[in-house]
Ligand binder design. Structure first.
Ligand code: SAM
Ligand code: SF4
Length: 333
């Protein structure tokens, strides 16, 4: 599928839940969270049907996210069915990592079970290595669980394990070097993500924003010049740099400051309440759940998906006074 601006769509990001066991300030800052009722969330059957129809339209990669996807019941079984869909070549998970080391009744930990199900990559969020800062950022004292989860993921045999850190001024600066060292010691690819306006306004102030460029500058004070590596790309919008004198790359996802951020966008998003979104940073969303539940056949669903791709904007609207309408946790980052 190709949109009007030449974006070729091959990547579907699916949120399976709006629930989470953490409360990151930039994602869902309030403690009083109202969850969607169960019937307001797509069933696994419904999601798998969309994924199958998507595969027929050229979707090759799927990343499952949330909320925290590992909080949804029987999610490992869902992954196994997703990975088995014809045409889907690569399935990954985005997770806060806190449940990855948990044991299942059969003795495997969740990471191992995900790998056995066919999941190839795990992107794990980690904003800090400082216990108190972690608690302040996520609302939970779960740093140890997240670190255990990262180690479980490393031991489980994923093809790729990446770490994602959201940059926040006043929070991140002191952590950047430690996080780079941590990723280096564990042989993990670390990416820094600029804060995006997908949460409540109080978090998204200029004062809280730390640009990718500023973060690079801070890292260069510690490591010397970071060398751009435009030849290195993953299936996303990160720009990678080599840390001098060592075999380590660090990525920067400059959603706000990189003016070419959207050029190579290949994504569609399916929210857990069944909305198809052509762009994270646009209010456009289309109610696929209603189509499914009114009994649309596969061809009708396929043409609905094609219609959403046709409406994909050239670029996101984050720089144009975008007013957050939905929190990240409801969209699926
Ligand atoms: N719970 C999982 C996790 O934390 O990785 C998956 C869902 S989370 C919404 C996906 C990613 O979005 C995480 O890396 C998170 O840090 C990022 N994220 C959440 N809110 C954000 C914001 N306002 N700006 C930039 N990234 C954000
Ligand atoms: Fe939960 Fe992930 Fe959002 Fe944090 S970023 S509140 S872990 S969904």
């Amino acid at each position: 599928m190709e949109d009007r601006h030449g974006h070729r769509i091959s990547y579907l990001r699916i949120s399976v839940t709006d629930r989470c066991n953490e409360r990151c300030r930039y994602c869902m800052p309030v403690e009083l969270q109202e969850w969607l009722p169960r019937e307001g969330v797509l069933s696994y059957e419904e999601i798998l049907r969309v994924a199958e129809i998507g595969a027929g339209l050229g979707v090759r990669k799927i990343r499952v996210t949330g909320g925290e996807p590992l909080t949804r019941r029987d999610v490992v079984g869902f992954f196994a069915r997703l990975c088995a869909i014809d045409g889907i070549e690569d399935v990954g998970i985005s997770t806060n990592g806190t449940l990855l080391a948990n044991r299942l009744p059969d003795g495997r930990n969740i990471s191992e079970a995900l790998v056995d199900a066919g999941v190839r990559s795990a992107n794990i969020s980690l904003d800090t290595l400082d216990r108190e800062a972690y608690r302040a950022a996520t609302g939970r004292d779960f740093l140890d669980r997240a670190l255990a989860g990262i180690d479980a993921a490393r031991g489980a045999g994923f093809e790729k394990v990446k770490l994602n850190t959201v940059l926040m001024r006043g929070g991140s600066e002191a952590q950047l070097v430690d996080l780079v060292e941590f990723a280096h010691r564990r042989g993990l690819l670390l990416r820094f993500i600029e804060l995006m306006p997908v949460s409540s306004g109080d978090v998204l102030t200029e004062a809280n924003f730390l640009s990718a460029g500023a973060a690079r500058g801070l890292l260069e004070e510690a490591f010397g010049k970071l060398e751009p590596r435009p030849d290195f790309r993953t299936n996303g919008p990160a720009s990678y740099y080599a840390v001098g004198g060592r075999d380590q790359l660090v990525g920067f996802i400059g959603a706000m400051t990189n003016l070419h951020f959207c050029d190579s966008c290949n994504k569609l998003r399916l929210t857990c309440d069944g909305k198809l979104r052509p762009c994270l940073g646009s209010h456009l969303e289309f109610d696929l759940m209603s189509e499914i539940r009114r009994g649309a056949d596969d061809e009708e669903i396929a043409s609905f998906i094609r219609g959403v791709v046709e409406r994909k904007p050239r670029e996101h609207e984050f720089r144009d006074n975008y007013i957050p309408g939905r929190r990240m946790v409801a969209i699926g980052g």
